[in-house]
Design a protein around this ligand. Structure first.
Ligand SMILES: O=C[C@H](O)[C@H](O)[C@H](O)COP(=O)(O)O
Length: 267
């Protein structure tokens, strides 16, 4: 059934499927944003419908909220939840220390707020996201609209002092206009090529008043679940040896896939 999906999509689906082993009944769960997190949301909807999973979820974007409502998940706000047991989210890059670049979908601010209000963050990623050093993916920086050109100039001045491979910046756009995030801000993408000192860059950028947040997630994630198209996944822990897992219960997997196919969500 999943043969119709492209290999990258199968890998994302497998990442999300294997990450569901961390989800338990009665949990308050944060749902990430992006194409990998969308598979998780659909699978959780299927798990609820087919096997009666009972969880309360908090979305990290309007996009995720809409999808989660569509597949029938019980949604609450972060303030209603107060605190979360777990957040599962995608990433644009992760390094061997499980530092991340996130925000390729523009949701970095809400994602970081949710991840910070959670006991644990598990990242779901296809193999293209694994890097030795962060920075090939442009680093998203969320900035307030007031004085945005001045803030951009201050960021560029600051970049001159950073140990990076390149220093180009560009506004994130959508349909020819600057993208506005769910929180009403702009995103400036920083092409850094390779970041040699993530802590200095993260703290340096946050010193600029117009900068709201950066896409660097440092010391937040403790596990990465990296699925591959054939069905297995590598579980990479920040404090443990890695594990390789395969689908142990194919009936369970097939039942979820059948539900997604029936409801038109297997795409
Ligand atoms: O703002 C978006 C998020 O940080 C996403 O989790 C990230 O961009 C990864 O997205 P995808 O799973 O589509 O590659």
């Amino acid at each position: 059934m999943i043969d119709r999906l492209s290999p990258p999509d199968r890998a994302k689906l497998m990442s999300a499927y294997h990450a569901m082993q961390f989800v338990e009944d009665e949990m308050r769960l944060g749902l990430g944003t992006g194409s990998t997190a969308a598979w998780l949301v659909k699978l959780l909807g299927a798990e609820k419908h087919v096997f009666g999973l009972e969880i309360q979820c908090v979305a990290t974007s309007t996009q995720t909220q809409e999808l989660a409502e569509r597949v029938g998940l019980r949604m609450i706000s972060l303030d209603q939840a107060g605190w979360l047991d777990l957040v599962i989210d995608g990433t644009d890059e992760f390094d061997p220390l499980l530092s991340l670049i996130k925000g390729g979908g523009g949701a970095l601010l809400q994602e970081k707020i949710v991840a910070t209000a959670s006991d644990r963050m598990v990242v779901i990623a296809d193999p293209s996201k694994e890097v030795d050093r962060l920075g090939a993916f442009p680093l998203p920086v969320e900035i307030v609209r007031f004085g945005s050109e001045v803030t951009k100039g201050l960021i560029e001045d600051k970049l001159a002092g950073f140990d990076v491979a390149t220093r180009r910046t560009h506004w994130r756009e959508k349909a020819g206009k600057r993208l506005i995030t769910d929180e009403g801000h702009y995103i400036l993408d920083l092409n850094l090529g390779e970041i040699r000192d993530v802590d200095t860059i993260a703290s340096g950028l946050l010193e600029i008043p117009g900068v709201v947040e950066t896409g660097l997630f440092l010391d937040i994630a403790d596990t990465v679940v990296m699925g591959v198209a054939s069905g297995e996944a590598r579980l990479i822990f920040s404090d443990d040896p890695e594990m390789l897992v395969d689908i142990s219960d194919t009936d369970h997997f097939d039942a979820l896939m059948a539900h997604l196919a029936e409801t038109g969500e297997l795409q």
